[in-house]
Design a protein around this ligand. Structure first.
Ligand SMILES: Cc1cc2nc3c(=O)[nH]c(=O)nc-3n(C[C@H](O)[C@H](O)[C@H](O)COP(=O)(O)O)c2cc1C
Ligand code: SF4
Ligand code: SF4
Length: 258
């Protein structure tokens, strides 16, 4: 049986975990995973490949950095599955945007899905989808992988999936140079934050120096910091976090589209 290939962008790891569970559930081998979290990739996929694109949702869209890093991935009528992972608010137009971009690069979308991951802004005081994807989500991701295997084996009829979303897509949030800051009294200079930053925004020699123009607010540096030294102190981000906690606590469930 032919393998499935994966392409992902996942600063805080939830999209990657969902993708791995889907692949596991498909029962197929996965000869290649393209990780766009830290760098761009150049890759031509073959007609017989099946590629699973898995990305997080940022403000109802696919993060620009991720789209930028996938612009040199090409298909030749290659079958693709598009998956988004969102933080329990909504995925808005992100899944449709991903399907459109993938198709414009030579792929044919055969299925789509949306999963839930712990919100990047989630913290101990304001937990938002904390710990997700959890056991139930990962079981559903494996189930979806099984459905994809059936689709590829011809057990389910292939049709253009009804991908939800609107065109024109929701407007992007304007750039804002805010970034997490480092409490130098707590910082142990381990440099884990600089290592996980997808855009090289954190100075490799001095982690209290962050370039706000490069920061995509992914929160990877905050989540990786074992000393609790990285936090967002920006009032705007704090207000959004509080609002998400207060208004989007009801559990959303994964959805599949065939
Ligand atoms: C800048 C930014 C914007 C986000 N916007 C949304 C959103 O519009 N809707 C939502 O439900 N979650 C949103 N999230 C949460 C992420 O989609 C979610 O945490 C996802 O699981 C992160 O994926 P990753 O772990 O692969 O990085 C946002 C996160 C960030 C950092
Ligand atoms: S991960 Fe935390 S402790 Fe380590 S260098 Fe960064 S801020 Fe300092
Ligand atoms: S500095 Fe910004 S881009 Fe880099 S890991 Fe932290 S939040 Fe993400």
């Amino acid at each position: 049986m032919k393998g499935i290939k994966g392409v992902f962008f996942s600063p805080t790891g939830t999209s990657e975990r969902v993708l791995n569970a889907v692949i596991e559930g498909s029962g197929r081998s996965c000869p290649s995973l393209v990780n766009l979290t830290y760098e761009e990739s150049f890759c031509d996929f073959k007609k017989e490949d099946v590629v699973l694109f898995t990305f997080p949702v940022y403000a109802g869209r696919i993060p620009l950095t991720a789209l930028d890093r996938m612009r040199n991935l090409r298909g030749e009528g290659t079958r693709a599955v598009v998956i988004v992972v969102y933080g329990n608010r909504a995925f808005d137009d992100a899944l449709l945007e991903l399907a459109d971009v993938v198709e414009s690069q030579g792929f044919v979308v055969i299925s789509a899905a949306a999963f839930i991951g712990e919100h990047s802004y989630s913290n101990e005081i304001y937990p938002i989808a904390s710990g997700r994807p959890d056991t139930r989500d990962l079981e559903k991701a494996r189930q979806y992988g099984g459905n994809l295997a059936d689709l590829l084996n011809g057990a389910i009829e292939t049709a253009k999936p009804p991908v939800p979303g609107n065109r024109p897509y929701r407007e992007r949030v304007p750039d804002n140079p805010v970034h997490p800051i480092t409490d130098e009294d707590l910082c142990t200079l381990c440099m884990d934050c600089a290592d996980v930053c997808p855009t090289g925004a954190i100075d490799k020699a001095s982690p209290s120096e962050t370039d706000g123009r490069k920061c995509i607010k992914c929160c990877a540096c905050i989540k990786v910091c074992r000393a609790g030294a990285r936090t967002f102190q920006d009032p705007g981000i704090q207000a959004i976090t509080e609002k998400l906690f207060n208004h989007f606590g009801e559990r959303q469930e994964p959805e599949f589209f065939f």
